[in-house]
Ligand binder design. Structure first.
Ligand code: ZN
Length: 383
């Protein structure tokens, strides 16, 4: 049994009473939280810094780890997509697997214990299955042509079954409003509601998305031309953001990524749908050179979480680095940032039974962090 004290202990939702003692068993499960002086001082490990639960990275694409430094910065989303599609297959599978394993180990060593991870194929399943990190895999589907909705959906179901053979938690998710037909959206929505599974979507990441959904020419038309996709079937909905999505999102658990161009009205509608909202500021700066208007998110503070996105659009998968950007640029309270990194991220991924909170009977990981000059830094993993 270990008895731990620190300058402060954040349990995932709040700071605990000063000087209280955390009791961990040999499996790192919390056995008790004792008042100060309940244990003889010589038996207590005292840590300089703050203890908090292991971090949750709510949005990642582990399978793109080999794309590090392959795409230039600041191209905007359609050109970024073009580069990813052109280059992602150019690596040998063994080489890509090595990059994934390294990225996975790096995340663990930086205190990340749970990840919401996008998969377009099975390439990352083995790495995730063998990892110390708990992954929720979102099988991401793309298909703008409604005639193909059923075929794409069935391929997705087959991939979910394959992930489950690796003992991975997995659910279906649409890629983005500019790459998924209404028919496919509805099939996925229905699947997630029936199975009560988490759902995620890239939302309002670029202004080009707005143009495409309004039916104005722009970068996505060009991307589809490049891909030789005949868009004669496409009818622009004329709506975008949550106005377009509100009938398409499941009433179960949904997580909207980026939201860089979301308005207050979009966020209010997301909140009515009980959706979680994920910041990925590193990727936003990398691809679009623009961050969300953080002030707009403050009324929805309990629904916010943080992700790294992939190594194609970020230099590292360090969710605490992203959190520091959000804290500084968005002027958020440290306590709110710690909630985004732990309990709220776990809730958004449907993992709150096991992650995101220090509570009796749970092993949610335990990190030691330092808070100095409005910056959190990771010191070490304690459990
Ligand atoms: Zn993403």
């Amino acid at each position: 049994m270990r008895f731990l004290q620190a300058n402060a202990i954040f349990d995932g939702k709040k700071f605990l009473e000063p000087d209280c003692i955390l009791v961990l068993d040999s499996k790192n499960e919390t056995r008790d939280i004792l008042p100060p002086n309940a244990i003889e001082a010589s038996r207590i490990e005292k840590w300089q810094g703050w203890l908090c639960p292991g971090f949750v990275n709510a949005h990642c694409h582990l399978e793109l780890s080999h794309m590090v430094a392959q795409v230039p910065r600041g191209t905007g989303l359609p050109a970024f997509g073009k580069q990813i599609i052109s280059k992602r297959g150019a690596f040998k599978p063994e080489e890509a697997a090595e990059h994934m394993q390294e990225a996975d180990r790096n995340m663990w060593s930086k205190g990340i214990v749970a990840v919401g991870d996008i998969s377009n194929n099975a390439a990352s399943f083995k790495t995730k299955a063998e990892s110390k990190i708990t992954y929720h895999t979102f099988i991401e589907l793309l298909g703008l042509n409604p005639a193909l909705a059923n075929v794409v959906f069935e391929q997705g179901e087959a991939l979910v079954a394959e992930a489950e053979e690796y003992d991975l938690k997995a659910s279906l998710s649409p890629h983005a409003p500019y790459s998924v037909s209404r028919d496919l959206f509805l099939l996925i929505k229905n699947w997630c509601e029936i199975k009560q599974q988490p759902y995620t979507l890239h939302n309002q990441e670029s202004e080009e998305e707005l143009k495409f959904l309004k039916g104005e020419p722009g970068g996505f038309d060009e991307l589809y031309r490049f891909l030789n996709v005949d868009l004669s079937f496409y009818k622009a909905p004329g709506k975008w953001g949550l106005d377009y999505l509100q009938d398409l999102l499941p009433r179960s658990l949904s997580l909207l990524i980026h939201n860089t161009f979301a308005s207050a009205q979009d966020l209010a509608l997301a909140s009515e749908l009980n959706a979680y909202l994920c910041f990925c500021p590193g990727a936003n700066a990398y691809i679009e050179e623009r961050l969300p208007d953080f002030e707009l998110f403050k009324p929805h503070i309990k629904k916010l979480c943080i992700g790294t996105d992939s190594l194609a659009s970020n230099d590292q998968l360090d969710v605490l680095k992203e959190a520091n950007t959000v804290m500084q640029m968005g002027k958020f309270q440290t306590e709110d940032i710690l909630k985004m990194l732990s309990s709220q991220g776990a809730e958004a991924l449907g993992l709150s039974q096991s992650h995101g909170q220090i509570a009796i009977g749970k092993n949610a990981g335990l990190n030691l962090v330092e808070y100095k000059s409005n910056q959190l830094s990771f010191l070490k993993k304690i459990a």
